[in-house]
Design a protein around this ligand. Structure first.
Ligand SMILES: [Zn+2]
Length: 186
């Protein structure tokens, strides 16, 4: 799979996969075109909801109220279908695809990013978890008084092989930063 040496976007040939990757980075770094889009069937809304819910449940498990719950976090779903990722994010400004790496990316930043994800997930409580007993809230940090931060979604295909048997994993990775805060009680 990674032996491919031609560019699927402009059909140029390269001496090596490495050269192809360099070409792609230089010439098609913000590519949104998916050459095989026609084979990606449109997922049902039930499928999309299922994967959004899985993501939200796993994300909330990363949110907490202690010091350990603060900082860079990483979440991985090993079985996230390509078509669900594509249909969920393809219309976003930051959505991009690398044919050489078979990899998609989409990032969201700041309050605008939270608002947009609220819309995409049809749920405005995906990014935080509250503990009413201690009045604390664990949340995905996307903006504070001085900075904006990103939540990054990537999808890639990994093939594990063992004695001619292959397992294709369709992986969705998500990187984000968490924080916690004591809520105001009034
Ligand atoms: Zn090209």
């Amino acid at each position: 799979m990674t032996n491919k040496t031609y560019c699927e976007l402009c059909f140029k040939n390269f001496a090596s996969y490495k050269n192809l990757v360099i070409h792609e980075r230089n010439v098609h770094s913000n590519n949104k075109l998916i050459p095989h889009f026609y084979i990606l069937s449109q997922p049902t809304s039930e499928q999309i909801i299922y994967y959004i819910n899985s993501f939200i449940i796993l994300l909330k498990k990363k949110l907490g109220f202690s010091r350990h719950a603060i900082g860079k976090k990483h979440l991985l779903i090993d079985t996230f279908p390509e078509n669900v990722f594509v249909y969920l994010f393809k219309n976003e400004e930051t959505f991009k695809y690398s044919p050489a790496k078979r990899k998609y990316q989409c990032n969201f930043e700041g309050y605008a990013g939270i608002t947009r994800l609220n819309q995409l997930f049809c749920y405005n409580q995906w990014s935080f978890r509250e503990n009413p007993h201690t009045n604390t809230k664990g949340y995905v940090l996307l903006e504070d008084y001085e900075n904006k931060y990103q939540i990054k979604f990537t999808w890639s295909q990994t093939i594990l092989s063992e004695n001619n048997r292959e397992l294709i994993l369709e992986r969705m990775n998500c990187n984000f930063i968490t924080d916690s805060v004591v809520m105001n009680v009034n």
